[in-house]
Design a protein around this ligand. Structure first.
Ligand SMILES: Cc1cc2nc3c(=O)[nH]c(=O)nc-3n(C[C@H](O)[C@H](O)[C@H](O)COP(=O)(O)O)c2cc1C
Length: 209
């Protein structure tokens, strides 16, 4: 078993902060591809990988996002080099024959149980969003996650049926993708950070049985 050294642990956890202000440094598309290439290896139920990631980069796309944002999240989002919409595909089970080939019955377990689909998609897309943030930090990017926005508006704007005709992504046109949370990405401005808030101690948050 190998351990990451302290520098790596600091980068991923101890020194990693939630950023609201950004330095004027772009994030290349190639970096976003590397980001997904790392994050996709995190575990999910039945290896389903229900998360879908929409990287909002252009000023035009950012303007489509603006009306859905809570007032406190507008400035930080509009100035961030990239805002990822972490979403989930409610038809994730259609890809299970490829992603979970050793149990072909799994597709129908989900297809016949919408409640299970919903809880699985939400739980695992949240996990995948966390994997994405850790991958971003590992690549030297900073993150600013947000749930302060109108999910329905985002879904109508970015995932509604037939609203994204020139997208390459096969999951857009049918309207079965829903937003979970947002995450700004870029090079954060450390000088604008508040001091770090505390975290619960081991004895408060954990139990050893
Ligand atoms: C799922 C999620 C939703 C969040 N929503 C918002 C938000 O809408 N607006 C905001 O300013 N910060 C938001 N935050 C940021 C948290 O307040 C922040 O991560 C936390 O206080 C820890 O800050 P630190 O990483 O700098 O220690 C959110 C964080 C997470 C993980």
């Amino acid at each position: 078993m190998h351990n990451l050294n302290d520098d790596a642990l600091n980068l991923l956890f101890r020194d990693a902060r939630t950023y609201s202000a950004w330095l004027n440094r772009p994030v290349e598309d190639d970096t976003l591809r590397q980001l997904y290439d790392l994050a996709r290896w995190g575990p999910t139920s039945a290896n389903a990988g229900p998360a879908r990631f929409l990287f909002v980069r252009s000023p035009e796309a950012k303007e489509r996002l603006r009306p859905a944002l809570s007032p406190g999240n507008v400035e930080k989002t509009m100035t961030a080099p990239v805002t990822v919409i972490i979403a989930y595909d409610l038809k994730f089970y259609d890809k299970l024959p490829r992603l979970f080939p050793h149990n072909p019955a799994m597709r129908d377990v989900f297809a016949n149980n919408p409640q299970l689909v919903e809880v699985t998609a939400k739980r695992n897309s949240s996990l995948q969003g966390a994997y994405l943030m850790l991958a971003a930090r590992a690549l030297g990017l900073d993150c600013g996650p947000m749930s302060g926005f109108d999910n329905d508006r985002v879904d109508k704007q970015f995932f509604a049926a037939g609203r994204c005709e020139d997208c390459e992504q096969e999951f857009f046109p049918e309207g079965h993708v829903k937003s979970n949370f947002l995450c700004n990405l870029g090079c954060g401005d450390r000088s604008k950070l508040y001091s770090r808030s505390p975290r619960l101690e081991f004895t408060e948050a954990c139990t050893l049985l």
